[in-house]
Structures are given as structure tokens and as C-alpha cells.
Ligand binder design. Structure first.
Ligand SMILES: Nc1nc2c(c(=O)[nH]1)N[C@H]1C(S)=C(S)[C@@H](COP(=O)(O)O)O[C@H]1N2
Ligand SMILES: [Mo]
Length: 323
């Protein structure tokens, strides 16, 4: 295992606060690697075992430099919770899909970029990773179901992918699709869902600094259940916008109808910006439960990221911006 030593300025806030699971596991792994124990002990770790990390060809890229711009005042969610309490309907409609998701093959993984771009392209995930400036950011994540977490994601700004794609003036939206593979994803055999999972952002949203493509978490490659090898984090919007395991980006003139919108446009819209004052038709959005601490917290407008994104919406009239 390639171990990089961080410089002082790269230290994440979690080192100085309390994310003990994150730190302990890393230190333990380093110790094990030194003692040549990774393979034998790794295979028995319950969640994301060291063996899997070793086999991911991107493992040596992490940890990446920490970007401390996005401050978090809550404890980091322990890795064993954020990797075992998930929404990923391709693998089932309950929270414990982490084991089923291990069936997803994540290499080779080709990403297609097409639509209103200068030149359509296909690029392998490891070649894409080489071209992109990887960094770590601690982000809050707020699910529309009123639970939330704080995760140290690694990845690169979505706007860097937009730059690579060179969209034409016709591009108004960036649409993102998840893989389609019924043989490994039992949920995709349920024909009443509008597969593939599809999400979209306006170009202004996609090129906002906050929009982030995740390739890692907790200083390692992102787990399959959390959307390996490439997922979105759009932390000012409800979690369902943050599409996992992306294989296809397409730039369009027309607004896409997204997965949840197709299923129920009364409850899940295109915009889905977090707002404590706009209830879901079946429940309040005023508070949220932190899945790490169990605490109930007041939900913030734009999930607390208004300083970065509120101005995007100032001139948009007649749209349901908060559902
Ligand atoms: N492809 C795909 N992406 C998805 C989902 C899904 O079911 N399929 N669920 C979404 C929802 S509702 C949430 S809250 C987040 C959950 O991300 P997490 O499991 O990393 O917490 O993923 C989002 N991305
Ligand atoms: Mo969600």
C-alpha cells in the first residue's frame, strides 16, 4: 500500500475534532501494512475490508489534499454507519443494501460524455482520475427522508468535468445516469422503476463550486454502497439528487425528467433544494436525525450552504424550488 504522509496544512478538521473511527482504522491499517498482516486480517473486517481497498486500482491515490473551505461543526459520521445505512434502490429499497452492493463490478468502468459537447468521448475511470484535481471535502448530506450525516468525501469539482467535456452553447442541463446491469442489481429487475436512475442539474448548478464528483471517502476509494466509482455530492439539495455509480453524462437543451420525478412528481421535483419550511407532502422537513449521533437538529435552508448557492435561484420564478 502506498502511504502518503500529509503535510500540516492538509490535516482534515477531523484530526483535531473527534472522528475516532476514521482515524483509528487508518492508523490500524498502516500498522498492519507494516507488519504484513493486511491480507489475513483484512478479509475478516466486516465493512470495507482492507483486501478490497488493496484491489481497487485507485487506492494509492488516497488520501488526497484536504480543502478546508467547507467547515463542519458537527461530528463526522463514523464510517461504519455511513457505509451500512444507505439508499441505493438498484440493490433494494431498504437501508441495508451494503452487502448486496458488493456484487457491482467497478472495473473496467467507462464513463460516456455526450450530447451538446464539442466532441463526445468515452473515458475509463482511472484515466479520468488522472486528469482531475483530487481533493477532500467534509460535506453535510441531508436525505429527503429527514436523516442526515457528515462525510469526508474525496473527489473533484464537477465543473472540472464540464471543462473537460467542452459543452456547446446549446447545453442548458447536465444529465447523469447510473449503470444498468440487471444481473448484479436485483432492484433493476423491478420493471416499475424507471431505470436507469437519472438526475440532472442546470449548467449554473453544475459549475457551482459546491457541486462535487465523489471518488473516495474517509481517505480511501468510495465504497460500492456509497456509489463507487463515481457519484455526485450536491449538498444543498436533498440526497436523492446525488446520483451514484455514474456511467453517463449528457449535456441537453431540455430539462430531464428524473427518476423520482417520474415515479411521483407530487413528492419529488427537479430542484429539490433543502428548505425546512417546505414540508414533504407526507412529513415535515423542519428537523433531521443525524444517523451518527442520533441527535435531532434543525434543518437549514439550502442545508446550510446558502452563501454558495442562494443567488442561483434569485431570479427563477414559478418553479417549485424546494421539492
Ligand atoms: N443510483 C442511485 N443513486 C442514488 C440513490 C439510488 O437509489 N440510486 N439514492 C439517493 C438517495 S435517496 C440518497 S439519500 C443518497 C444516499 O447516499 P448514501 O448511501 O451514500 O448515504 O444516494 C442517492 N443516490
Ligand atoms: Mo435520500
Amino acid at each position: 500500500m502506498l502511504i502518503k504522509i500529509r503535510k500540516g496544512w492538509e490535516l482534515p478538521e477531523s484530526r483535531v475534532t473527534s472522528e475516532s473511527n476514521y482515524l483509528n482504522r487508518r492508523d490500524i491499517l498502516k500498522g498492519m501494512a507494516g507488519a504484513g498482516l493486511v491480507v489475513s486480517i483484512g478479509a475478516s473486517l466486516p465493512f470495507r475490508n482492507a483486501l478490497a481497498d488493496e484491489m481497487d486500482p485507485s487506492a494509492g491515490l488516497y488520501p488526497v489534499p484536504h480543502n478546508g473551505m467547507y467547515k463542519i461543526t458537527r461530528p463526522m459520521t463514523p464510517e461504519k454507519i455511513s457505509t451500512t445505512y444507505n439508499n441505493f434502490y438498484e440493490f433494494g429499497s431498504h437501508k441495508t443494501i451494503w452487502e448486496a452492493a458488493q456484487a457491482l463490478p467497478i472495473r473496467p468502468w467507462t464513463v460516456r460524455i455526450d450530447g451538446a459537447v464539442e466532441k463526445e468521448m468515452e473515458i475509463g475511470i482511472d484515466d479520468l482520475l488522472k486528469k482531475m484535481p483530487l481533493e477532500e471535502r467534509n460535506y453535510r448530506h441531508r436525505c429527503v427522508e429527514a436523516w442526515s450525516m457528515v462525510v469526508p468525501w474525496s473527489g473533484f469539482p464537477l465543473k472540472e468535468l464540464v471543462k473537460l467535456a467542452k459543452p456547446t452553447s446549446k447545453a442548458k442541463y447536465l444529465v447523469m445516469h447510473t449503470f444498468e446491469n440487471k444481473s448484479v442489481a436485483p432492484g433493476q429487475r423491478q420493471f416499475w422503476y424507471p431505470w436507469p436512475y437519472t438526475e440532472g442539474l442546470t449548467m449554473e448548478e453544475a459549475t457551482n463550486d459546491l457541486a462535487f464528483l465523489v471518488t473516495g471517502m474517509y481517505g480511501k476509494p468510495v465504497s460500492k454502497q456509497n456509489g463507487a466509482p463515481l457519484r455526485l455530492a450536491a449538498p444543498w439539495k436533498y440526497g436523492f439528487k446525488s446520483v451514484k455509480s455514474i456511467t453517463h453524462f449528457t449535456f441537453t437543451e431540455k430539462r430531464p425528467v428524473t427518476f423520482w420525478e417520474k415515479l411521483n412528481d407530487n413528492e419529488y421535483g427537479f430542484w429539490a433544494n433543502v428548505n425546512p419550511e417546505v414540508p414533504h407532502p407526507r412529513w415535515s422537513q423542519a428537523t433531521e436525525r443525524d444517523i451518527g449521533t442520533g441527535e435531532h437538529l434543525s434543518t437549514q435552508i439550502f442545508n446550510g450552504y446558502g452563501e454558495y448557492v442562494a443567488e442561483i435561484y434569485e431570479d427563477i420564478k414559478g418553479e417549485s424550488l424546494y421539492m
